[in-house]
Write a protein that binds this ligand. Structure first.
Ligand SMILES: Nc1nc2c(ncn2[C@@H]2O[C@H](COP(=O)(O)OP(=O)(O)O)[C@@H](O)[C@H]2O)c(=O)[nH]1
Ligand SMILES: Nc1ncnc2c1ncn2[C@@H]1O[C@H](COP(=O)(O)OP(=O)(O)O)[C@@H](O)[C@H]1O
Length: 205
């Protein structure tokens, strides 16, 4: 028998503009990973270059509210005027197949996952300094000045909840941050509490 067959649910959060999407892409570029990305549903309009079904499932507000009513989400939240949610359907099957399922979601939703998935691992990404958030959002150029300000203001409140996470990763350099997340995943897999039952069974065989 193999030790530790079930995959991990990895929840990555952090303020808008901290570099979650960029670090996640670098994480998926690391060789021999076993990660799958959970594509969220949103009512936000697609940015230039974003692909439906790959970056998000872009839906209408009616469709989203219907999803809430029919219990289709592991979690959902409203973020600066739009809805975002994690579709529940594939997650359990992927974890059972031994995949590491990565959610990239905001803080309120992450705390809902905390309640529902006791085994999940929670990682909060922080910028190397406060100004970096504004500068990175400005440089990305996908949001208006007004929305950037709202997102940076929201970040102040999000930071206060960082203590609820298992790990904090500083995104100073993208590849370093991705390496640190991979190190966390490997260490979590080696945790005694995750492996002990299978280990005992193996000794008994
Ligand atoms: N709760 C929740 N938040 C999500 C989900 N998908 C994305 N988000 C978060 O919603 C926030 C806004 O996302 P987005 O508009 O794509 O902006 P960006 O993260 O700055 O690129 C970010 O903090 C995302 O991590 C989801 O399924 N659930
Ligand atoms: N470590 C980093 N150093 C400098 N710029 C970064 C770094 N990580 C991300 N960025 C840039 O910051 C901007 C926001 O990154 P993004 O991944 O879209 O953030 P988020 O998904 O958290 O909103 C992008 O323009 C990205 O290229």
């Amino acid at each position: 028998m193999k030790l530790n067959q079930r995959g991990l649910l990895i929840v990555v959060s952090g303020p808008s503009g901290v570099g979650k999407g960029t670090v996640r892409k670098a994480l998926f570029d690391i060789k021999n990973h076993n990660l799958v990305y959970s594509v969220s549903m949103t009512t936000r309009k697609p940015r230039e270059g974003e692909i439906d079904g790959q970056d998000y499932y872009f839906v209408s507000k009616e469709e989203f509210l219907d999803g809430i009513k029919n219990d289709k989400f592991l979690e959902w939240a409203e973020f600066v005027g739009n809805y975002y949610g994690t579709p529940l359907d594939k997650i359990e099957a992927q974890l059972d197949q031994g995949k590491e399922v990565v959610l990239e979601i905001e803080v309120e939703g992450a705390l809902q996952v905390r309640e529902r998935m006791k085994d999940a691992v929670f990682i909060f990404i922080v910028p190397p300094g406060k100004q970096a958030l504004y500068d990175r959002l400005k440089k990305r150029g996908t949001e208006s000045e007004e929305i950037i300000k709202q997102r940076v203001e929201k970040a102040d409140k999000e930071f206060l909840l960082a203590y609820k996470y298992d790990y904090i990763v500083v995104n100073d350099d993208v590849n370093n941050a991705a390496d640190r997340i991979m190190a966390i995943i490997r260490a979590e897999h080696a945790k005694t509490e995750r492996t002990i039952h299978n280990y005992i069974k193996m000794l008994e065989e």
